[in-house]
Design a protein around this ligand. Sequence first.
Ligand code: 6GU
Length: 231
Amino acid sequence: MKFHVMTLFPEVIDQSLNYSILKRARENGIIEIDAVNIRDYTENKHLRVDDYPYGGGAGMVMQAQPVVDCYRSIREKAGKDLRVIYLTPWGKVFNQQMARELAKEEELVLLCGHYEGIDERALDMIATDFVSIGDYVLTGGEMPAVIMIDCISRLVDNVLGNESSSEDESFSDNLLEYPQYTRPYDFEGHKVPDILMSGDHAKVAAYRKQCSIERTKKFRPDLLEKVKIEK
Ligand code: 6GU
């Protein structure tokens, strides 16, 4: 899967996704992350990409020309129209279900705004989706892009080693993950629950399910309501 990220801060995207699992996936060519600098496409001789908002008001607005031309260059290389996701606090809120859907795409463009946003005409021309990562305000779309790429990438086949499954985990069934333990059995007097030492796989599975339910009740009762409605 290939991610094109349109941004004024390409090094933030590149460096934030270059360790551990995603670094290995990039090295193996399973995912590709291409951070493109919008500033490289400005026709302004001072390399400006922003200007004052028409109608007045605080802050600066990213101009349409470099944004649209940046996308056109990506589109030309891809040889087809691509889904362009604009990261914005007024977008649809990202969740695991949305990640599963986006992971089916071969190529995605993530458009990061900065300052007070992007000239609406550029969005009208190129954006296909509008996504927020939650109800709070950030200074730009770079952190949201990094979070979305991390989340989507781990759903792509062969990104996670076969030792870890992307399905048996929090949110895949609206239950939170059960607690995990590893050696030693006794850590400063705190022991591992005996049932995990029993070797009885059915009992272990039932115990873990119960732990998941308890944890969800305690931390995210709203998710438990969803389980009931779906069943
Ligand atoms: Cl996608 N962008 C910005 N600037 N702030 C956000 C966001 C996105 N999602 C939540 N807050």
